[in-house]
Ligand binder design. Sequence first.
Ligand code: CMP
Length: 145
Amino acid sequence: TIEKTLAIIKPDAFEKEYEILDTILRNGFFVLNKMKIHLSPEQASEFYEEHYNKSFFSRLIHYISSGYIIVLVLGKQNAVLDWRNLIGPTDSEKARESHPHSLRALYGKDKEVNAFHGSDSLESAKREIKFFFPNLVEEPVALEN
Ligand code: CMP
């Protein structure tokens, strides 16, 4: 089935936006929505609230609010899993060893500065899309004849 997922091009990869969008399209994704935004630390904390207790939380918030990001709603069959496969493992250094063609292998630095985000489930995708695009209708409205 066709799914939507939320993708983020993080500050460290922001300048490569067009090259990355080209790769995204060549991999069969449709860009349904796109926004350039500079998150405040407060907004970033809300987005990453599930990581609040992690040791890396404050570094993550500092990183993600350090500059512009590109937020994308991507559509495709199995978009959630396919996007996570395209970006590769969280740790960019490990990605370079095990998934050398993945986006994190190509653009990320390490496990923290990893250039991309992808929703980890359909449920997360729904929450994350709503976070950035609160006015989007959830399902296509059926046309009456
Ligand atoms: P992301 O997929 O956006 O989800 C949470 C982010 O936290 C992750 O990408 C990394 O940027 C960061 N992160 C995850 N694990 C670690 C870790 N062990 N140390 C530091 N940062 C991490």
